[in-house]
Design a binder for this molecule. Structure first.
Ligand SMILES: [Cu+2]
Ligand SMILES: [Zn+2]
Length: 148
């Protein structure tokens, strides 16, 4: 993700691995007054249903999801849902693909930030093949298609 000049903005281009059809563009905008960061965009080529959606620690996608490290977690919290106070900063929950494999993304979040010591700029946005259980269950969500 790269910062655009002159404001609290970022963009992530989603692209899957060699055999993946996943593509998309996500725009990040942070309102300096409220602190809320909006994530807007569209991801296509997904299987219908829920897909875990996270900020991972490292903006290194050379080895797909594996090189992006764990969920961005500067405060050392447990994994959770976006609405939880106790969550990884990078826990943005799930996005939902319709039967055509298209997920329209619109998220407003107060924990991810485009500025300051815990900025998410330069990190990885990961769209997983599997759903995120939001810390409620025991689902593994090691994953597939990727980002940035
Ligand atoms: Cu993830
Ligand atoms: Zn997490």
């Amino acid at each position: 993700m790269a910062a655009k000049a002159g404001g609290l903005k970022g963009v992530a281009l989603i692209g899957g691995g060699a055999n993946s059809t996943v593509a998309g563009a996500l725009h990040f905008f942070q309102d300096p007054a409220s602190g809320f960061t909006e994530v807007r965009g569209k991801v296509t080529g997904l299987a219908p249903g829920l897909h875990g959606f996270h900020i991972h620690s490292f903006g290194d996608t050379t080895n797909g999801c594996n090189s992006t490290g764990p969920h961005f977690n500067p405060h050392n919290k447990p994994h959770g849902a976006p609405i939880d106070d106790e969550r990884h900063v990078g826990d943005l929950g799930n996005i939902v693909a319709n039967r055509d494999g298209v997920a329209e993304v619109f998220i407003k979040d107060l924990q991810i930030s485009l500025t300051g010591p815990h900025s998410i700029l330069g990190r990885a946005v990961v769209v997983h093949a599997d759903p995120d259980d939001l810390g409620r269950g025991k689902l593994a969500y090691n994953s597939a298609a990727i980002l940035l």
